[in-house]
Design a protein around this ligand. Structure first.
Ligand code: PLP
Length: 392
């Protein structure tokens, strides 16, 4: 149970500090309790916390986002990544008049019903509910396809939704030209391409993943970084498409706390501190970490892959590179991640407990923090090498 956080660290309720690589699963890119963010939230709270009308801050943050992302003309704020994706799908279905959506297995797009589908063993299978409580009818229009494979799509498909870098099955980068191919497949049948940039947005680079890979989707979803640790997310597109939304258009979408003044103040304070140099710094940190982890764990005779895409990195206990969810699952099933997680935690380094999560170094992580992490990983790997899997 976390009591407080500052920069790269969190303290539990017993006062023990941990070097934190969870960082609210990517929401904190500057580290915890960044002074300018704290100041902005405090100042905003004195002005009233919610009105049911737009505020200048909301418009300024929208402009800031749109200015950074090529092709994006309008955004609408919501309060979570889940809502952003849910609204983006409704927009795609409403604007095309089509029913089917395509997702990739191992991707995560929040917890709205339509995206909680798992595929079968075939190449492109109609979804089945992946959790209790989701009706079959809610996912019968959801096609589930392996990541990094080319989906065969037809004119019933409203949209293809993809994490441009998959970051919820460990880290799986798109194969060269795969995103470009998806763009072409969507265009060939008039389906919309949705980039779920809830993790990659303003973390992978100044212009998010679409800027990084030079592929422009029809609809973007953002979350995490843009809310500076408060509940804020957004979806957006070119103007003509966004105008399908009510009140101008026929597609309903709303939210009492959407564009909340505290959240937009936090988001603005974060983006104002992120410039192209920030991403260079974060990438350097990530490179050092991925190289170091690969080396020290590998040297202990443990099969490991530490994939990196720009500023993002993950860790797979695998003998081969992981390209999709089948590979990610094989790596998770070794049980090695669990051992690694516990060994690191003993050394006061907090990783996400789940094998499918990635690591989130922040701009507050120093070179000394990275060195310490690599040393701890070396000891963790040494003890793992002595214990067979399952005995930990
Ligand atoms: N999309 C992606 C890619 C995510 O990683 C997440 C959350 O981790 C979501 C959507 C859902 O966001 P939220 O948890 O804010 O609803």
């Amino acid at each position: 149970v976390v009591d407080r956080g500052s920069g790269a660290y969190v303290w539990d309720v017993e006062g023990t500090p941990y070097l934190d690589y969870v960082q609210s699963y990517g929401a904190s890119i500057l580290g915890h309790a960044n002074p300018k963010v704290v100041e902005a939230i405090c100042a905003a709270s004195e002005m009233g916390t919610t009105f049911g009308a737009p505020t200048p801050g909301e418009i300024e943050l929208a402009e800031e986002i749109v200015n950074r992302v090529e092709g994006l003309e309008m955004v609408r704020f919501v309060s979570s990544g889940t809502e952003a994706v849910m609204s983006a799908i409704r927009l795609a279905r409403g604007a095309t008049g089509r029913r089917k959506i395509v997702i990739f297995s191992g991707g995560y797009h929040g917890h709205s019903d339509a995206v909680l589908a798992s595929g079968g063993s075939g190449v492109a299978t109609l979804g089945v509910p992946s959790t209790a409580g989701v009706l079959e009818s809610a996912v019968e229009g959801t096609l589930v396809v392996p990541y990094n494979s080319a989906p065969l799509i037809d004119k019933d498909v409203a949209c293809v939704i993809v994490e441009p870098v998959a970051a919820n099955m460990g880290l799986v980068a798109p194969q060269p030209n795969w995103l470009q191919d998806l763009r072409r497949s969507c265009d060939s049948v008039g389906a919309f391409l949705i980039f779920d940039e809830v993790i990659t947005g303003f973390r992978l680079g100044y212009g998010g993943a679409s800027g990084y890979y030079g592929v422009i989707p029809d609809i973007w979803c953002f979350g995490k970084v843009i809310g500076g640790g408060l509940p804020l997310a957004a979806f957006g597109a070119r103007r003509e498409l966004m105008e399908y939304l009510a009140p101008k258009g026929p597609i309903y979408q709303a939210g009492t706390l959407s564009g909340n003044p505290l959240a937009v103040a936090a988001g603005k304070a974060v983006l104002s501190q992120l410039n192209p140099d920030s991403y260079e710094q974060l990438e350097e940190t990530t490179i050092e970490l991925s190289k170091g982890l690969n080396q020290v764990i590998g040297q202990r005779g443990i099969a490991v892959r530490v994939p990196r895409a720009g500023t993002l990195l993950g860790i797979f206990f695998s003998e081969v590179d992981v390209l999709d969810f089948t590979g990610a699952k094989k790596a998770a099933d070794t049980g090695r991640y669990r051992q690694f997680f516990h060994a690191m935690l003993k050394d006061r380094i907090a990783l996400a407990p789940g094998a499918y999560e990635i690591m989130f170094p922040s701009l507050a992580h120093t070179k000394a923090d990275i060195t310490r992490t690599i040393e701890a990983a070396d000891s963790a790997a040494a003890s793992m090498a002595m214990h067979s899997v399952g005995s930990a």
